[in-house]
Design a protein around this ligand. Structure first.
Ligand code: SF4
Ligand code: SF4
Length: 178
């Protein structure tokens, strides 16, 4: 059997929404005045002059590490591309003239649009040749091809040099990836 619900506040003021309108105006005015004299309740920052420190859990885009002679550490073993759940690492291997190294990546490309930033590639790498510590965001691009990051770009990247939040301020499972 249907139950008839009583309306809360059936007077004229409620029917023209006056209490709700004044309550909203009161909150808006309180925030306006508080933020005008000290910005106590604002959640925005004056970016780019002020930047919020990143969480230590934020990795950023990939980079390839170099040997002392500038060659990539990567030995084109395909461990990272095999481990990658998004299948977004493409490697073309070549034979290195140094038999001690055997192979090197002629091409090493990552589709940053498909990447899910899981970190499996750096976990899988036996040579510590690929890291996700640049802190670089995926930038907007005009076409899919521009989202591919090539070997030369990956080798030129450096580890992030900006401040990250103290672990104590992050979630309990926060870990540093430096
Ligand atoms: S972070 Fe994950 S998805 Fe991205 S390239 Fe590495 S393994 Fe693939
Ligand atoms: S980055 Fe590491 S795991 Fe990937 S191919 Fe190179 S050496 Fe192998």
């Amino acid at each position: 059997m249907a139950k008839v619900m009583q309306r809360i506040g059936d007077g004229f003021a409620e029917r023209v929404y006056l209490p709700a309108i004044f309550e909203g105006l009161k909150i808006t005015t309180r925030h306006f005045v508080n933020n005008l004299f000290g910005r106590k309740e604002t959640v925005t920052i004056s970016y780019p002059d002020v930047k919020i420190p990143y969480s230590p859990r934020w990795r950023g885009q990939h980079r390839l590490l170099q040997r002392d002679d500038g060659d990539p550490r990567c030995v084109a073993c395909f461990m990272c591309s095999t481990a990658c759940p998004a299948k977004c690492i493409h490697i073309v291997a070549g034979e290195h003239e140094d038999t001690g190294r055997e192979k090197f990546p002629i091409r090493f490309e990552i589709d940053e649009l498909r990447c899910i930033y899981c970190g499996m590639c750096e976990e899988a790498c036996p040579c510590d040749a690929i890291r996700m510590d640049t802190g670089i965001h995926a930038a907007p691009v005009y076409d899919r091809d521009s989202a591919w990051v090539r070997k030369e770009q990956l080798l030129a990247r450096k580890a992030r040099d900006y401040q990250v939040r103290d672990n104590a301020e992050g979630p309990p499972c926060a870990v540093s990836h430096r």
